[in-house]
Design a protein around this ligand. Structure first.
Ligand SMILES: [Zn+2]
Length: 453
């Protein structure tokens, strides 16, 4: 059995693992690279194996850095099944077409304003490519092994990271290989905690926050303080956020802050995402995958006014009053939040509040690192607004939580492969596991192939 690392090495993006046995070739996750340009360019390269030669794909979860390359794989000839949980499929039905639409909009925008060096600028893929990819999905239940290719079963366990997120264990009858996917928190307000794994031969482990410890303070305290102070200055709080997962956590916390009177009950909160309504509805559908009651789901849904049309979105930028705007994308790499940043970043009364991990090379990371102007759509926008971050609202386990999850293994894996982390995080986690658990660990390189005996 050979495992080849086609992404999520030295970065938290582009998750793709190619597994070949004597009788089957499958891909675990099929994500887009994001962040640094040299990473994004990999999305345009020819895929290292012909897509038609891949028998199946198994997804850990729906985030685009794990699923967003599927439209290209299908467009270029993949004809197998894409296995994942039902909630992951439901989220992909929302996320993938939206991703295609955004890529098309960006290419059109670049062509109209001619700021791309490519003439004409082409989208990486289209909405139609994304819709076609959805035809190949095959949802499978949690907790039951299913054959996904000749001689190979996959079993999903709850990952706790976002709705439908799974820890995936593959078994070829001789050995097991487990992918942690993105590992959730132990005590999240909304998501269930990750299922425990007792034993596996090989483990591919994420390390986004592998060298860090989340602030133990209640994230709502910082969120409330930032929103309150910004509103008191007459400013706008702009929160770049994934529309899936993070946006719902924010809405839930905002609902609780208003309930407790910690932010003004009448302060307008906008969720600028046409996907948000559909996504929040999925929390009602998949009640067993999270901790919220029916009433709490409803309250979360009603915590913000949903902005649907582009016209409404543009109109928000003209409003001169305190408010909160939540809009994608979470690392300000694209999406409607860019238009809000153009409108609100130049005013020092406003706050740009990041609520998730900011990968190197993204606008989000650059803003946190203190740049004084942001390049958006080919022009520089002065950044005078305050830039803040809440990191403990994260949907990823930190180093301690990962170690605690590993502590439930009854016997050590033969080898742990540490992926999905920037170099310091991956190496920091490697050192901790080697020093405290004495398990053999390695941090693989891009396109490295290993033999699993
Ligand atoms: Zn994720």
């Amino acid at each position: 059995m050979q495992l080849k690392f086609l992404g999520a090495t030295g970065t938290v993006t582009g998750s793709k693992y190619l597994l070949s046995t004597g009788s089957a070739t499958i891909l675990i996750d099929c994500g887009l690279f994001q962040g640094y340009k040299q990473l994004r360019l990999r999305n345009w390269e020819e895929f290292p194996v012909a897509p038609y030669a891949i028998d199946a794909v198994v997804l850990t979860h729906a985030h685009l850095d794990h699923s967003g390359y599927l439209p290209i794989l299908v467009r270029d000839g993949f004809r197998g099944k894409i296995y994942c949980s039902e909630a992951t499929f439901d989220l992909c039905k929302i996320l993938l077409p939206d991703s295609g639409r955004l890529l098309e909009e960006e290419a059109n925008h670049a062509n109209r304003h001619s700021y791309s060096r490519h003439a004409p600028a082409l989208p990486l893929y289209t909405e139609e490519d994304a819709l076609r990819a959805l035809d190949f999905f095959q949802p499978i239940p949690f907790g039951q092994p299913r054959q996904v290719a000749a001689g190979l079963t996959a079993q999903l366990a709850l990952g706790g990271h976002i709705l439908g997120a799974a820890i995936v264990t593959l078994n070829d009858g001789q050995r097991t290989l487990t992918f942690s996917g993105d590992l959730g928190r132990l005590h999240d307000a909304i998501m269930v905690e990750p299922s425990l794994v007792a034993q596996t031969d090989y483990l591919v482990l994420e390390s986004t926050y592998g060298n860090r410890t989340h602030d133990p303070a209640d994230p709502a305290v910082v969120l409330g303080q930032v929103i309150r102070e910004t509103a008191a200055r007459g400013g706008v709080t702009v929160i770049p956020s994934f529309a899936v997962g993070r946006a719902q956590s924010l809405l839930y916390e905002i609902y609780r802050l208003k309930q407790r009177g910690e932010i003004p009950a009448l302060l307008p909160v906008y969720l600028n995402s046409p996907m948000a309504l559909d996504t929040t509805a999925l929390y009602q559908k998949h009640r067993k995958l999270h901790r919220l009651s029916q009433q709490e789901c409803q309250a979360m849904c009603h915590a913000a006014r949903i902005v649907n049309s582009v016209e409404e979105s543009v109109a928000l930028n003209q409003q001169q009053m305190p408010m909160v705007i939540i809009a994608a994308s979470g690392m300000a790499t694209g999406g409607r939040v860019l238009h809000h940043l153009k409108a609100f970043a130049p005013d020092s009364r406003n706050t740009i509040l990041f609520a998730g991990f900011q990968a190197g090379g993204t606008r989000g990371r650059a803003m946190l690192d203190g740049i004084d102007a942001i390049k958006i759509h080919g022009e520089y926008v002065p950044l005078r607004a305050q830039v803040r971050q809440i990191d403990n609202l994260s949907a990823h386990a930190d180093g301690n939580e990962i170690l605690s999850w590993l502590g439930h293994f009854k016997q050590p894996p033969r080898q742990v492969f540490i992926t999905h982390g920037e170099p310091d995080a991956a190496d920091g986690l490697r050192r901790r596991i080697e020093e405290t658990l004495h398990w053999p660990c390695r941090v693989p390189e891009y396109k490295e192939q290993v033999e699993l005996l």
